[in-house]
Write a protein that binds this ligand. Structure first.
Ligand SMILES: *Cc1c(COP(=O)(O)O)cnc(C)c1O
Length: 374
């Protein structure tokens, strides 16, 4: 059994994907070919924003927005304590300081109450200037944007939505990657919409920001490639990856997103009386990057993971360490008292196999083994 079965997906889409790759080889436009532009248009339309700027990966996508906003030493950027390293890494890379915010125990996402506390603490200490908040749509569920937006407006912060895991999610009719002043996603193969290598994208309604990002991804180009008006990056999405994503986006919209939601419902139905199952607030829709259960404590979680492993059932612990405990961030003085929920979650979470090609009998087998193994 696979945790995320990319081979099954390829088998289902093989004729279209092979043809899409062959077309790129025949056309010979490997950098910024027509497929890149076409994909950006489809992605912007799907998400419901004016501009999509594709780039080399989800980390660069975050970095490029912070570069465009001129985030630098002395600035504070509020990030979840419970997320993948990249969300905070880009902040430090620019010399700014990530301020870690605790998670909500039910949704795994940034707790808005803890966000406001962290902002007030930062203002009171007066060392760093609050500039940006980066909420993450963890495991596919949009963060609490209605609450975060109010706080961001109150303290005049920009919102950068890290939708690396969230593409396809919704709050009401509004889609993930449309919530912040800018939003980013990742096309790493295992994400909800993945390509066959690295890839990423930025979404925004702001015309000026979109232009600046197009310049940043091409060495800070001005009117031409050899006119350089700012320091930028080389961060483009390959044409081959764009062509693959055109095929995958169609499958994602036609049936994959709906399928993972059906699978999540079956999991929850079978597991809700045994373990704590994921909480999707009213009106929210997840793209199920992960289906993550909570056990009572670390011993129980680790023992269950081992038993499942022995039965050939792969599971993952996302994440085993809060960001503020990572060695790379040891120099940042965090208010550890305010970060208890993340530490607790790190000890109790377990993510189960989840992808659109997971079969009914595999789900039954996984749930039966959890029932017996807990
Ligand atoms: C995967 C991920 C990223 C980084 O994306 P890459 O394409 O791997 O660079 C950033 N943030 C979160 C929350 C992620 O899960």
């Amino acid at each position: 059994m696979q945790f995320r079965d990319l081979k099954a997906q390829y088998q289902a889409l093989k004729p279209q994907i092979d043809k899409a790759i062959q077309n790129v080889l025949d056309e010979g436009q490997f950098i910024m070919g027509r497929q890149v532009r076409e994909l950006e248009e489809s992605l912007a339309e799907y998400v419901g924003v004016k501009h999509c700027i594709s780039c080399a990966n989800g980390t660069d996508a975050l970095l490029m927005v912070l570069m465009a906003w001129d985030i630098k030493a002395g600035d504070a950027v509020f990030v979840p304590d419970f997320t993948f390293f990249a969300t905070a890494e880009v902040v430090s890379l620019l010399g700014a300081t990530p301020i870690f915010v605790d998670a909500d125990e039910d949704t795994f996402n940034m707790d808005p109450v803890k966000l406001e506390e962290a902002i007030q603490r930062t203002l009171k200490e007066g060392r760093y200037h609050p500039r940006v908040v980066i909420p993450v749509d963890l495991f596919g569920l949009p963060a609490n944007y209605p609450a975060i937006k109010k706080i961001a407006e109150k303290y005049n912060l920009l919102i950068l939505e890290d939708g690396a895991q969230g593409f396809g999610g919704r709050i009401g009719e509004q889609k993930a990657c449309s919530f912040g002043h800018a939003a980013t996603t990742s096309f790493f193969p295992a994400k909800p919409l993945g390509c066959y290598g690295d890839g990423g994208a930025i979404f925004t309604n702001n015309d000026g920001l979109a232009e600046e990002l197009k310049s940043i991804r091409m060495h800070g180009k001005g009117t031409s490639r050899y006119d350089n008006v700012r320091i930028g990056l080389n961060s483009r999405l390959d044409t081959i990856q764009a062509a693959i994503l055109q095929v995958k986006l169609k499958a994602f919209m036609d049936y994959e997103l709906e399928k993972v939601n059906q699978i999540a419902n079956v999991y929850t139905e079978k597991l809700r009386d045994i373990v704590k199952t994921p909480v999707i607030p009213d009106g929210y829709y997840s793209s199920w990057a992960q289906y993550t259960i909570q056990l009572d404590n670390k011993e129980q979680r680790d023992a269950l993971q081992k038993k499942l492993q022995e039965q050939g059932i792969p599971t993952m612990v996302y994440y085993s360490k809060p960001l503020h405990k990572q060695k790379a961030f040891e120099d940042i003085a965090s208010n550890t008292n305010s970060l208890n929920t993340t530490g607790d979650l790190c000890n109790r979470v377990l993510s189960l196999p989840m992808h659109p090609y997971l079969e009914e009998k595999s789900i039954a087998e996984i749930c039966e083994n959890i029932r017996r193994g807990k």
